[in-house]
Design a protein around this ligand. Structure first.
Ligand code: C2E
Ligand code: CA
Ligand code: CA
Ligand code: CA
Length: 277
């Protein structure tokens, strides 16, 4: 079943409606995309390595652009961050993700749903209220909501962001540190924020079985997460050998093209049927 899946799944870069060239969009265009709800959520599974069971999904936003096709987040997130649109964007993505979580939960699929949060979301305590209100309105337990924060953004004066994250943690949201190994968060920050999950960046996972340096970083990240009682996610599991490595090292969760790329919610259940075969 696995090999069939790998053949079937086409990397996003090969999709025909993918824009040929990366471009940067204007603030006005990105604002209109948010207002007109042209941003749609894709979901990538996070699976339990030991059992293959689906633990949750990560929400990855795309812009369904009328001329340019499916635009990836690297072409508009930074624009939203620079022009004070990121709260509206995160709010839209989270609202849609919570509505989807509710559908899955009502169908008995108790997935966790992860949403990427930008450091620019974490500048005011209002963000905490916003998130709490959305989750309450949607009727999704906060334990099922994971907030992923990229490690490289955790630098400079992080007092307010850390305060907001800590408050959300007290409200039972799950916190995840993303792209671990590529930033320079201090060990003190890891000590001070109660992260539940650590995601080893894909650059230390894919082909780590073939490269001693990568392997050392992968092992060190895994050991640190374990010592701190965090769940570990290996990102960028792209082939059979990567999958073998995460199994043999006892990593908790895995994510990557070998398992599945990001999917529309409508395709998710079909994928699950194949995966669990
Ligand atoms: P990320 O959070 O680290 O997400 C993982 C990225 O790696 C995604 O790219 C995903 O499609 C891709 N990926 C998944 N599996 C594999 C694999 O096996 N190999 C490789 N090479 N790549 C894989 P995507 O969707 O283009 O997103 C890029 C980044 O944009 C994300 O990185 C995240 O930082 C940001 N992003 C995505 N959605 C949102 C959002 O709603 N809000 C914010 N603030 N940022 C977002
Ligand atoms: Ca992420
Ligand atoms: Ca990541
Ligand atoms: Ca990333």
């Amino acid at each position: 079943a696995l090999t069939a899946l790998i053949k079937k799944w086409v990397p996003p870069s090969l999709h025909h409606n993918q824009p040929q060239k990366k471009k940067t969009y204007s603030m006005e265009a990105v604002r209109a995309a948010i207002t007109n709800r042209e941003l749609i959520n894709y979901y990538q599974p996070k699976v339990v390595v030991a059992t293959g069971e689906v633990a949750g999904v990560e929400t990855l936003v795309r812009w369904q652009h009328s001329d340019d096709g499916l635009v990836t987040p690297d072409q508009f997130i930074a624009v939203a961050e620079a022009h004070d649109l990121i709260n509206d964007l995160t709010c839209l993505v989270l609202t849609n993700a919570l509505a989807q979580a509710r559908v899955w939960h009502q169908a008995g699929l108790m997935f966790r749903v992860a949403v990427n949060v930008s450091m620019d979301n974490l500048t005011s305590l209002d963000f905490q209220d916003l998130v709490v209100n959305l989750v309450t309105q949607a009727g999704v337990p906060p334990q099922k909501v994971v907030l992923e924060v990229t490690e490289s953004q955790l630098m400079g004066d992080t007092r307010i962001p850390l305060e907001i994250l800590t408050r959300l943690r007290l409200k039972r949201f799950r916190l995840s540190i993303d792209d671990f190994g590529t930033g320079h968060s201090s060990l003190a920050q890891l000590r001070d924020i109660p992260f539940d999950e650590l995601k080893i960046d894909q650059s230390f996972v894919h082909r780590a079985w073939a490269d001693e340096t990568l392997r050392a970083m992968y092992d060190a990240s895994l050991a640190l997460a374990r010592q701190l009682n965090m769940e570990v996610v290996a990102e960028g599991v792209q082939d059979q050998d990567d999958w073998k490595l995460v199994r043999e090292t006892g990593c908790n969760l895995a994510q990557g093209y070998f398992i599945s790329g990001p999917l529309l919610a409508d395709d998710f259940l079909d994928w699950m049927k194949d995966w669990q075969k």
